[in-house]
Ligand binder design. Sequence first.
Ligand SMILES: [Zn+2]
Length: 288
Amino acid sequence: MNCIICNKKSYNVVWNGKLRNSSNTFTKSNEKIFQCKNCELVFLEKKRKNLEDSSVARKIFNKDNSIKEFIKFHKPREKKKIDKIKRFLDIKEKSILESNCGAGVILDIFKKDAKLTTGVDSKHYKKYLLSKGHKFYCDIYSISSDQKFDIIFSLSELEHKYNPITFLKKLKNLLNRKGRIILRIPNYSNIYKLLAGKYFNKFDFRTSHNFYFSRKNLHLIFKKVGLKVRKEMGYHEYELNHLLKYLKMRGRFRSNYEIIFNKSEEIYINKNIEDSLMSTSLIYFLEK
Ligand SMILES: [Zn+2]
């Protein structure tokens, strides 16, 4: 088996144990996770195809996959993420596509300024999206290549893909000549992983992520599919107060955490984490 990004054949086993398969349960048998020695890509030995259907994955990993739950869970998170991204985008009169759009929280934000808003996700969301005035597809591969979009969002999606290269090629294929693809991808080489090591892996590795990317292999995969990096940003989702308790508890916890740093201290610290690109996520602006 060759690495899907760099084609090399030597790996380290970075995990051989039970794998999280819902918000708090683990597989019965052990599973291996490999890391390419060359490009550092991390991937499941047994990749899952069925969890590509986001409504299936959301049903297992979130509370449920209802529209109400989606909006409750995602709206504040998406709003924050989009505020950060929006500063670098001109939405006016643009044709926007969002892959993995769920209940369309982001499409709703852009609806009034954009020329056209189109969502792609499981058919579970179809009726709701159409009722909000968006165009909708259940499968990105069913969109004709004659159709082009100015801005394509794919947030928290690449890591779930069975074949991320085919997927990125399709996004490129749907992009207008001067368009932008915006990706948000969990960053494997983040500060939690650095400080918590195997305790981070225990909770971060899960059946629904086929791949765990980091900067090195992301730059290689973009090059491979012919996309140029226009902008690279860190995006850190938690407070340092949370990280401190996480380290103390050796992993995910449900209780509250002590507030050591106040809001303005947190903002300053998180900015530094994001600037260092050791944040929990990376955001990319790509062009053809
Ligand atoms: Zn590799």
